[in-house]
Design a protein around this ligand. Structure first.
Ligand SMILES: Nc1ncnc2c1ncn2[C@@H]1O[C@H](COP(=O)(O)OP(=O)(O)OP(=O)(O)O)[C@@H](O)[C@H]1O
Ligand SMILES: [Mg+2]
Length: 202
């Protein structure tokens, strides 16, 4: 078990305390910090078996499927490195993406905000986001939650945009998982939505 007693988290997010992995410079430990909520009076199977860790199953599953397909686009994802028990509870082990200063990589949200006075920079960022969507579509990788805080610019990928969270389909009937048509349709909708947000045409 990894003892995190004397460690301060690098970041606290809605769901996680995020620590530097004590034995691996290139990895982070993400410990759940949210209070488990019971969704149903009679818990569903996944809830009963995995509690508030059930979301990890879906994320690891999508990563595993991408590994199985050997798609080069998997490099658009922070590498999934497994799970680990810690003194603060179960942790997700994930590749640490960094920025030029060696700190945690800047999120697209942060970059977008810093480009307030730079419309050309914002347009470029939008185009890079679209390229990320193209790659994910080519690799048939499903990202359910592509919010701006789940995408970072990583030195480890030569400064390209990388997904660090939100992998897998979150709906009860994951149509996009089985139907190529539904998958492409959902990507098209996302492209249109994001395109108008970034002020570019898809
Ligand atoms: N692998 C990683 N490499 C670099 N930074 C990371 C990594 N994972 C998380 N972070 C940083 O921590 C922040 C929060 O992480 P994450 O998105 O996984 O948690 P969360 O936002 O609580 O989850 P959710 O998106 O479900 O709300 C990210 O926005 C990012 O800045
Ligand atoms: Mg997130």
């Amino acid at each position: 078990m990894i003892d995190l007693t004397d460690h301060t988290p690098l970041r606290k997010s809605r769901n996680y305390l995020i620590f530097q992995h004590p034995d691996r410079q290139d990895a982070l430990l993400k410990v759940r910090a949210d209070v488990p909520v019971r969704d149903h009076w009679i818990p569903r199977y996944a809830e009963w078996r995995y509690g508030n860790l059930r979301q990890w199953n879906r994320e690891a599953n999508e990563y595993l499927a991408a590994l199985h397909r050997c798609c080069p686009e998997i490099e658009r994802l922070a590498h999934f490195m497994g799970y680990a028990p810690t003194s603060l509870g179960p942790a997700l082990v994930v590749e640490k993406m960094t920025g030029p200063d060696g700190d945690l990589a800047p999120t697209v949200y942060k970059e977008w905000m810093s480009l307030k006075e730079d419309p050309a920079g914002r347009k470029r960022l939008g185009e890079e986001f679209m390229e990320l969507l193209d790659d994910l579509e080519r690799g048939r990788i499903i990202v359910g939650d592509m919010s701006h805080e789940n995408i970072v610019r990583a030195e480890e990928r030569g400064g390209k945009l990388v997904v660090i969270d939100g992998l897998g389909e979150r709906v009860l009937f994951p149509l996009a998982l089985f139907s190529d048509w539904a998958f492409r349709k959902s990507m098209q909708r996302r492209r249109e939505r994001m395109g108008s947000m970034f002020g570019i045409r898809s």
